[in-house]
Design a binder for this molecule. Sequence first.
Ligand SMILES: *Cc1c(COP(=O)(O)O)cnc(C)c1O
Length: 376
Amino acid sequence: MENARIYLSPPHMTGREQAYIQDVFDSNWIAPLGPHVDAFEQEFCAAVGAGHALALSSGTAALHLALLHLGIGPGDEVVVSTLTFAASVNPIVYLGARPLFIDSEPASWNMDPALLAAFLARRARANRLPKAVVVVHLYGQSADLGPILAACRQHGVPLIEDAAEALGATYQGRAPGTFGRAGIFSFNGNKIITTSGGGMLVADDAALIAHARKLATQARDPAPHYQHSEIGYNYRLSNILAAVGRAQLAALPERVAARRHNFARYQALLGDLPGVSFMPEAAWGQANRWLTIMTIDPQHAPAGRETVRLALEAENIEARPVWKPMHLQPVFRDYECLGGAVAEHLFDQGLCLPSGSSLTAGDLARVAQVVRHTLS
Ligand SMILES: *Cc1c(COP(=O)(O)O)cnc(C)c1O
């Protein structure tokens, strides 16, 4: 009999979601607002330590609204990490602004603070500062927020944090996503918790969240009739999905523990193989290990990343290359990138292993066996 497929990061339900959904049906709050949306926002604020939160239809929508609130528009420049998923960049382009990409540093694989600081200093002298910086906390690990924030503050450039993958991680004991002007999170089906699709915008600035809330509901002015003085969007999260999110959020600590356990098992089972390394954990915080990433150096290993990926696929196991950097994407080829070699190297050698919080010891052993066989 063929082995069941092992997915990269499948949804992991707690068993309590359906009781929450039953309550939605019993109360007939089948709408993109309602008591579960309000409660999810409050519980999320408590979980990450944010002042205010807005539940939305996706993380992409959250980033779009954050940038809109900052007044980003045609011709503006927005600095963003190059090693990320396209959703970190697309909203910049929706607004007619130009992304400018920055390479990673090796300790966390996130935006290099030294490159950012030097760039902002150069642009300050030329009186051409970018309108915002979007820093990504990749694969559940915080970027080095201290020096990134310092550089942004020195030049008065607002920082937006893309923490879509980093719910449950820490930076010096606090949640990444709560350091900048605004932070965004995702509850897409593959993330550490899921509402099937959804997102959250957080900020300490009540006015920012109030404006984003208005924009997310077709920008209705406070009037008894329908009146609009700016362009709005339909971005709110459904009360049904917020109910799912509440059950999921309550399980976050267990989900982080399970993902960190996966990482430790892979490292124990495969760490001795020549040419094999794992994504480092920077000293400034704790990663949620959303995905376990191994790198394979073809100079020291008998096979490369793609050979291993195909061997896993042949055994019905889903693995994926590390994100292809944005500066290598055909759609973004016209935009500048500062550095790029670190991100390119990680893309060449990095492989994301199955990392779901529902993986069994048997699943982990099955994956590790295929990798070991291919690299021995
Ligand atoms: C998933 C993800 C997003 C987008 O979130 P959606 O909810 O899918 O729109 C943005 N940035 C990063 C880094 C992501 O991984």
